[in-house]
Design a protein around this ligand. Structure first.
Ligand SMILES: [Mg+2]
Length: 385
């Protein structure tokens, strides 16, 4: 089963602010500023407003909407409640994002009834306990469950039984399948393929010639509803990230460097606060026109210090080949595993330098907690950067 909350951020705002109900609500950047729509209510979608649309475009289409800055902390608290409800239905829940999860309901029929009944019960529990509407899809694997929940939106409940798989998939546009980017769509169109049915009738050899073995098999399998049915506990892996949108595009390397330092410090502080350390660093760069690139690197050891995070991010930037281009947005991310770093007692076993570093960072974090972001930062020798 796949569950996806409908217009999640906007729905939470409408729930908590009755005066916003039945009005177009746009959560994201403020009009007149740079940034995009995070989520909008279905009333705003009528005007053609969509997620990830520049806020200026959203304002042009729907100036009468209520514009709200996102309150992620509040949304995360609601998300936690929802995931708890799901955990009461099945022990195997895999959260995919703040408002989306896969739930393995295999073998629960004797307890709760047919898949339709389980899906309906899930929707009902969420509505009763958090007063929010979601869409739910059930299928024999992840692909089908996800497509089924999308097909029913909003307030959807769709079960694709095994014998219905092909009839369900065939009319869908190929762009609905997983991992089909703009480039793939273009190539597919050139082959005269629009629907999943067209794709299914296409020779595997032809697909291999166009997309290579792996890409071809991915398409070939999806067209037949073949996909993974494993619901895993990969939720242990998380990404901690921070990004910054500039009011004006910048190309000055010193400004880029300063921004990456600041973002790295923020990521470092959150990581340490959670007692975590990260092993994959990622850098996000956006140019004008929303052209966005991500670079990432797996590290040989886990990091949690500002300086180490910054050095890795900076080296990704230096290797990116984007120097000199004017940047609109920068982001730094760290993928972490939910594993506790050594307890205080173990600190005495670590070398003096490590211990000192720990103390420096714990002092830094205390001061930042008290006086706010940027009140104290670590110096960095020129030669180190
Ligand atoms: Mg959603």
């Amino acid at each position: 089963m796949h569950l996806d909350m409908d217009a999640f951020f906007a729905s939470v705002e409408q729930r908590d602010n009755p005066e916003f109900r039945s009005r177009p609500v746009i959560v994201g950047a403020m009009p007149g500023r740079r940034g995009v729509v995070a989520t909008c209510s279905y009333e705003a979608r009528v005007f053609g407003v969509r997620s990830a649309m520049p806020i200026s475009e959203a304002y042009r289409r729907c100036p009468q909407a209520v514009y709200v800055r996102p309150d992620i902390r509040r949304y995360a608290a609601v998300s936690k409640q929802i995931m708890t409800i799901l955990g009461e239905i099945s022990p195997l829940v895999e959260p995919i994002s703040i408002d989306e999860a896969y739930i393995d309901i295999t073998g629960l029929e004797r307890l709760f009834g047919a898949p339709e009944a389980i899906a309906a019960m899930t929707k009902q529990k969420i509505l009763e306990q958090v007063q929010l509407v979601c869409s739910v899809g059930v299928g024999t694997n992840r692909l089908l469950a996800k497509l089924a929940s999308e097909a029913g939106k909003p307030d959807g409940l769709k079960v694709v039984a095994p014998e219905q798989v092909q009839a369900f998939l065939d009319p869908l546009p190929v762009s609905d399948l997983r991992g089909v980017g703009k480039q793939t769509i273009k190539s597919i169109r050139r082959l005269g393929i629009c629907s999943v049915r067209d794709l299914r009738h296409c020779d595997l050899e032809l697909l291999v010639a166009q997309f290579g073995g792996k890409g071809a098999l991915h398409l070939y399998n999806q067209a037949r509803g073949i996909a993974s049915d494993v619901v895993g506990l990969v939720s242990e892996r998380k990404s901690i990230s921070k990004e910054h949108t500039f009011n004006e595009d910048i190309s000055n390397p010193q400004q880029i460097r300063d921004c990456l330092r600041r973002l790295s410090s923020e990521v470092g502080r959150i990581t340490r606060k959670k007692g975590l350390a990260g092993h994959v660093i990622s850098l996000k760069i956006r140019f004008s026109g929303f052209e966005t690139h991500t670079r990432q690197q797996t590290l040989t050891e886990s990091l949690d210090t500002d300086i180490a995070i910054f050095r890795s991010a900076w080296s990704l930037y230096e290797k990116s080949g984007f120097q000199g281009r004017a940047v609109r947005l920068l982001g730094v991310g760290l993928s972490v595993w939910e594993v506790e770093t050594p307890a205080m007692g173990d600190l005495f076993a670590t070398p003096d330098e490590k211990l000192q570093e720990k103390r420096v960072y714990s002092t830094l974090d205390e001061i930042t907690d008290k006086f706010g972001e940027g009140s104290l930062t670590l110096g960095l020798h020129k030669r180190q950067g």
